[in-house]
Design a protein around this ligand. Sequence first.
Ligand code: APR
Length: 242
Amino acid sequence: MIRGFLRETDAIAVLTGAGVSAESGIPTFRDAQTGLWARYDPMELATPQAFARDPALVSRWYDERRRKSADCEPNPGHLALTRLQEEFEAAGKHFTLITQNVDRLHQRAGSRGLLELHGTFWVWRCTSCGEEREEWEVPFPEHPPRCQCGGTRRPSVVWFGETLPESVLAAAWQAAEHCGLFLSLGTSSLVEPAASLGRVAAAAGAKTVEINPQETPLSPWVDVSVRGTTGKLLPTILSARE
Ligand code: APR
C-alpha cells in the first residue's frame, strides 16, 4: 500500500522526530536520561528559565548532546530519506523534509533544504547582541560560551515555552497542506505544533503513514501506522516501487 502511495504522488512531506536518530545511538527525548544527566528532566533543562537559572548547566547538557551526536553516524533511515529526496527531485516532484531534531544527522546523510522546526544545537546565538553562528568545536572551552561582545551565548534551539521560527513553521504547514503523501517518522506526536502536521495533511486529503515502534496519538488518524523502527523499515519501504 505504501509503495502505491509513493508511486502515485508527486508531492511528499516527511516529518521526523528523535526516533529517527535512535538507531544512530542518540537517545530520544523521552528515553530516560543516563549518567550525570539521569537526575535531570529534559523538559526542565530545555527552557529559558533553566538557562536563566544556571546557564553553565544547560550549556554543558547541550555540549554533551553535541559530543554524542558528533560521535554518531547517520543510520540507514536517514540515508533512505536522502535517496528518496534525490529520486523525487530528479523526477521533478516535490519533497519536503521537516524535522524536530536538532542534531543535523539528516544533513550529514546528504539531505538538503530541511525545515528545522526546533532549530539546531550546532548554531549558537548571543543573548546580548544576537549574533548567531555555527559552532562545530566540541567540547566548548567554557560554559556557557561567551560572545566577543561579552554576552552569554545559547543554542539556537526552540525551548519549551518559546515560539517556533515563523517562516519555517509556515513552510512546514504549507507542505503538509499541499502534499499527496505525508510520512510521520519516529515522533511521539506529543509536542505542538509539529504534532498537528499529520492531521493537517490528512484533512487536506493526503495519504498519511506513520512508522513508530509504539502507538502515538496520531496513529488513529493515519491511513497506515507501521510498528517498527525507521532504520530497519525505511530502506525497504522507500526503495521498491513495483
Ligand atoms: N525508529 C522509529 N521510532 C522510534 C525509534 C526508532 N528506532 N526509537 C524510538 N522511536 C519512537 C518512540 O516510540 C517515540 O514515539 O520515537 C519517538 C520519540 O519520541 P520523543 O522522544 O518524544 O521525540 P520527538 O517526538 O522528536 O519529540 C518532539 O519534543 O521534547 C521536544 O523539542 C523536543 O523535538 C523534540 C520534540
